[in-house]
Write a new protein. Structure first.
Ligand SMILES: Nc1ncnc2c1ncn2[C@@H]1O[C@H](COP(=O)(O)OP(=O)(O)OP(=O)(O)O)[C@@H](O)[C@H]1O
Ligand SMILES: [Mg+2]
Lengths: 249, 274
């Protein structure tokens, strides 16, 4: 990698932001209440390092489990909607209505159902991840080119063959778009889920920091959440580049 | 064995009897194809020519079983009447666009029909690989469609059609989008392939030269609603090479067909302008 490519890589932009933070905060004498200096934030992060790692790990597990469950359900319902108008008519409006229910209200119900278990967080993450995946799957499946469908039929293809060899590959780029939207949402879902009470997790630490007005800690947690979101999103981008590189024309 | 005697005379490979296709309901109805009678002998290369929008592609959709003909007519394959949809999977049909699948390599595009038929992947690939040099695609097995030129994509689509081994092949303007030079190369190449494999071919084109150069018989369709205007047997000797287009026989046929086609094209224009 040469210097120019390095200067444009995602790692470089992190360095730019850090440098700006390091220089501008003392320069403009920004009050720590608004934005503490970077070294203070880093020192605070190091002081709770074991908790931070444990919390990161727990929230990551909740997010990934909720996301994966959301993928399975979302793709499943997307397929069901595209296969049957009746399913779409019956269920899609319900899902749209559910989306408008604030996640806090839904979360309260989930915690009543599942208690303060990891399951409750996974379900809340799933609830947020599911919808964009289902909608994008449905949209992608509807993009299958009628002339290609006709070609497959002229070869004597069955419904299953049409689905596996044509409709699904056509939909994959759209399914990935849905997944990229959903991964950030499942992280938010996991964190909100932790607010209903738990002992480990980034959301738990965030709530405590807010309660005790530990401003640098809040920034530590913002950075940690951002890192996790970027990590998950980046993994999906790699997956896409490797396996779903074609575009539906 | 009572029908032994009737079976001796081979029936036409494909027969269309009073085939109609109307789209839509009464006041706004489009009659795409009307009263088409056509029969094609086994092993023949028949070219079909007609003004744009006269119903050629619609005719192909019906022959390949994708679109049922209206109930007043019938389609016969090897002398047997075919019910709606019964022709699906029996005819090798190459549509107007190449319709390659962008996520499949050239090799996997070529074997698509074989896969649908349920042939194991290994065998399908081996079968396709053997054809690559003949189709001028050697070394491109693992490329993706977006890495190919228009002519090469068209050859992949042709190979896919050929690998779907059916005795009747329908080609809808396979060379329509190619430049003149590539097109003339592909025409000679197609004749070679046809001479080797001997299948029945029905070939749509807009180009009179192409129709005469390739065909045993040229079928001319009228402007929409399309029906058969005339059929012209082409007796030029085979194998044909480039020189044949300048022979007096070729010229004579071309002159005759040009007059007919011109008349029909004018009708299309007259219908379009108020
Ligand atoms: N599904 C359909 N519904 C309504 N009208 C149709 C349909 N398919 C074709 N048509 C009409 O039937 C007519 C014949 O169309 P077709 O595609 O068969 O023409 P064509 O001879 O193949 O033309 P070209 O040479 O431009 O490819 C056209 O007027 C078209 O508008
Ligand atoms: Mg056409």
């Amino acid at each position: 990698m040469n210097a120019r490519a390095l200067a444009r890589s995602p790692v470089a932009s992190v360095v730019y932001v850090a440098a700006a933070w390091l220089v501008l905060v003392p320069l403009f004498k920004v009050q720590p209440r608004y934005l503490p200096p970077l070294p203070v934030v880093l020192a605070d992060g190091l002081s709770v390092w074991p908790d931070l790692v444990a919390g990161f790990w727990r929230t990551l597990v909740e997010t990934v489990l909720g996301f994966l469950a959301g993928v399975v359900l979302g793709v499943g319902f997307g397929i069901a909607f595209s296969a049957s108008r009746i399913m779409e008519r019956a269920f899609l409006p319900i899902f749209v209505a559910l989306q408008t229910v604030p996640v806090i209200a839904f979360g309260a119900i989930v915690v009543i159902w599942f208690g303060n278990t990891i399951m409750a967080k996974v379900v809340i993450a799933l609830y947020l991840a599911f919808f964009p995946i289902a909608v994008n799957t449905l949209r992608g499946l509807e993009l299958a080119d009628p002339q290609r469908i006709a070609l497959m039929k002229s070869f004597g293809a069955s419904h299953l063959q049409l689905f596996l060899k044509l409709a699904l590959p056509t939909a994959l780029p759209n399914i990935l778009i849905g997944m990229k939207l959903a991964v950030a949402l499942s992280l938010a879902g996991a964190i909100v889920g932790e607010w209903f009470g738990d002992t480990v997790g980034l959301g738990v630490m965030l709530l405590q920091a807010l309660y005790f007005e530990q401003i640098p800690r809040v920034w530590v947690l913002i950075i940690a959440c951002g890192a996790m979101g970027t990590l998950l999103y980046g993994a999906l981008v790699l997956l896409e580049r490797r396996f779903v590189w074609w575009r539906t024309d | 064995m009572p029908d032994e005697t009737t079976a001796v005379a081979t029936p036409p490979h494909l027969q269309l009897v009073n085939v109609w296709k109307r789209f839509g309901e009464a006041p706004k109805q489009t009659v795409a194809v009307r009263n088409v009678d056509l029969s094609i002998e086994p092993g023949a290369f028949v070219t079909l020519i007609g003004p744009s929008g006269c119903g050629k592609s619609t005719l192909f959709s019906m022959i390949s079983g994708l679109l049922p003909p209206d109930s007043d007519g019938s389609l016969l394959l090897n002398g047997k009447v075919q019910q709606d949809g019964a022709l699906l999977g029996k005819i090798a049909f190459m549509p107007q666009r190449d319709l390659l699948f962008p996520w499949r390599t050239v090799l996997d595009n070529a074997t698509l029909a074989l896969e649908v038929e349920g042939m194991p992947r290994r065998r399908a690939r081996a079968k396709a690989e053997a054809l690559f040099p003949e189709f001028g695609l050697g070394g491109f097995e693992q490329h993706y469609p977006h890495q190919l030129s228009g002519g090469m994509r068209q050859r992949v689509a042709l190979m896919r059609t050929f690998l779907f081994e059916r005795d009747l092949i329908l080609l809808d303007e396979p060379f329509g989008a190619l430049d003149a030079l590539t097109r003339s190369m592909m025409q000679r190449w197609l004749l070679d392939i046809w001479a080797k494999h001997r299948r029945t071919v029905l070939f749509i084109t807009h180009d009179i030269d192409e129709a005469i150069f390739l065909g045993d018989k040229v079928v001319v369709m009228t402007a929409r609603p399309g029906t058969i205007k005339c059929e012209e047997a082409i007796t030029l000797p085979r194998p044909r090479d480039l020189g044949v287009v300048t022979t007096p026989e070729f010229m004579a046929v071309k002159k005759k067909l040009l007059a007919v086609v011109e008349e029909e094209s004018l009708k299309t224009f007259a219908a379009a302008s108020p």
